[in-house]
Design a protein around this ligand. Structure first.
Ligand code: KIV
Ligand code: ZN
Length: 512
């Protein structure tokens, strides 16, 4: 019988730990809903003890998601475990994921504990967690650099205490595929009660091998859960990328012989949503979800693909959510065609009122742009949830003047807490002038640490998607804005970042 490979998505926890990727509760909920549509088995919704905001986000997701297990991370102590269990109240299926570091380096330098204490704390954490929920995962942080004898003892002990999944992370991305696969196999073979738990891999991408290491952990090591994030989002160089690992297992089923529950046609929508929400742009040549992943530029390749697709394509673009026909709608398209497109793209809003709102935005865009691409529609729908009424800063209108040899000038009308203000300023270019015009009233004192523009589709008619990263008082936030006019997109992105600085509570003690 073919085994099931469990897909554990940690975009909302480990992914969120990327500097600037922090998300609001509503953003997390929107992503969780998309992960549920994608049919991931487990959604790690956050780290309940890290902040009130994370606690609330987990609680909201636990009550909204029905078809995936919802999980909270927790350090191996009673306080964290109770908060995780409380946040998960109302979930259809809840998991507590408790962890403690097991490498000598982490135990001595970070935890300042003895191995015996770590051993006891891991056992009692799993025991406490099992008193609250039936599904408990234990992670040995920095497992790959841990002493193997110690690791075997601790894993055997936590399985005895009732851990249903045991995870051996390569926390710092140091592993090599063959070695990591052999490591998982070795520990699994040596632990006498290993068959009572599901074995999991969790790899970071510091040497660019997170996906390869995870696949080796599955194939060589026998792991049956992979922890991953959409677009490979995560601290430093990120985590194992969900879309890559899933499509590898699906495309090479002949080799892996594993079932994956996911509806892969939802992958692109998930990728767009995460990129839009966090401002982490997907590189064009990124496997599976990059704009060029299925584009054939060279004559020989184009000729081959036209004659027989499998000459150069190993996956079908449609299977991961790209539409076969990329130019889709225009200003004459009706509501039904638009609705069908939303459904094909897997981003159907929940209510007819939301469809109407998205359709109105589509019509407005189609009036200004002759061809509306899938990417535009995904942007429209992702934009939909920003609920401008709830934002502190909202753009009303703007104008700029720039002329060769003259200093550009911009005037921006926006609301601050509902009150309309107009800022006017000069700058080194129209974008610079517009952001300075906003600052005339916002006085954020934030430092701009990143500004990037990305064309959503391929032509000069394309919408520009702007990402702005601001740093203020130790916090880093990203704002994203899209518009046909890149100066307007820049103002939207800047205001979106200011909104995040205004509302997002600080996280504490982010780990892992
Ligand atoms: O990388 C890591 O070790 C983690 C653990 C908390 C699972 O994220
Ligand atoms: Zn991690």
């Amino acid at each position: 019988m073919t085994d099931q490979l469990i897909i554990f998505d940690t975009t909302l926890r480990d992914g969120e730990q990327s500097p600037g990727a922090s998300m609001t509760r509503d953003e997390k909920l929107r992503i969780a809903r998309q992960l549920e549509r994608l049919k991931v088995d487990v959604i790690e919704a956050g780290f309940a003890a890290s902040s009130q905001g994370d606690f609330e986000a987990i609680h909201t997701i636990a009550r909204a998601v029905r078809d995936s297990t919802v999980c909270s991370l927790s350090r191996a102590n009673e306080h964290d475990i109770n908060l995780a269990a409380d946040a998960l109240q109302g979930a259809q299926r809840a998991r507590i994921h408790t962890f403690i570091a097991t490498s000598a380096l982490h135990i001595e330098k970070k935890l300042r504990m003895t191995p015996d204490l770590v051993f006891e704390q891991a056992k009692s954490a799993v025991r406490l967690a099992r008193n609250r929920v039936a599904d408990v995962e234990f992670s040995a942080e920095d497992a790959y650099r841990s002493d193997e004898d110690f690791l075997c003892q601790i894993i055997e002990a936590v399985i005895k205490e009732g851990a249903t999944t045991v995870n051996l992370p390569d926390t710092v991305g140091y592993a090599i595929p063959e070695l990591y696969g052999a490591f998982i196999k070795n520990i699994r073979t040596r632990v006498p009660n290993s068959d009572l738990a599901i074995w999991s891999v969790h790899c970071h991408n510091d040497l660019g091998m997170a996906v390869a290491n995870s696949l080796a952990g599955v194939k060589i090591g026998g792991a049956r859960q992979v922890e991953c994030t959409i677009n490979g989002l995560g601290e430093r160089a990120g985590n194992c990328s969900l879309e890559e690992v899933v499509m590898a297992v699906k495309t090479r089923r002949d080799y892996f012989d594993l079932n994956v529950r996911l509806d892969t046609t939802q992958i692109l929508a998930a990728s767009r949503l995460v990129s839009q929400t966090t401002g982490f742009v997907v590189q064009p040549n990124k496997a599976v979800v990059g704009a060029n992943a299925f584009a054939h530029a060279s004559g020989i390749h184009q000729d081959g693909v036209l004659k027989a697709r499998d000459t150069y394509e190993i996956m079908r673009a449609e299977d991961v959510g790209w539409s076969a026909n990329k130019i889709i709608l225009g200003k004459l398209s009706g509501r039904n065609a638009f609705k069908q497109r939303l459904s094909d793209l897997g981003v159907m809003p929940k209510s007819e009122a939301d469809v109407n709102l998205a359709f109105a935005k589509f019509k407005e865009l189609a009036d200004r742009k002759s061809e509306v691409f899938d990417e535009d529609i995904l942007t429209l729908v992702c934009d939909d949830g920003t609920a401008p009424g709830q934002d502190h800063y909202v753009l009303v209108s703007m104008k700029q003047h720039s002329e060769t040899g003259e200093m550009p000038q911009a005037s921006v009308v926006f609301t601050m807490n509902g009150l309309e203000v107009t800022g006017t300023a000069c700058g080194n270019g129209p974008v610079d002038a517009s952001l300075k015009a906003i600052e005339v009233h916002a006085h954020s004192g934030a430092e701009l640490v990143l500004y990037s523009v990305n064309a959503i589709s391929g032509s000069t008619e394309s919408q520009g998607e702007v990402t702005v990263r601001l740093q203020s008082k130790g916090r880093v936030v990203n704002g994203v804005g899209a518009d046909l006019d890149i100066v307007v997109a820049s103002a939207k992105a800047y205001l979106s970042a200011l909104n995040k600085l205004h509302t997002k509570p600080d996280h504490v003690a982010a780990q892992g």
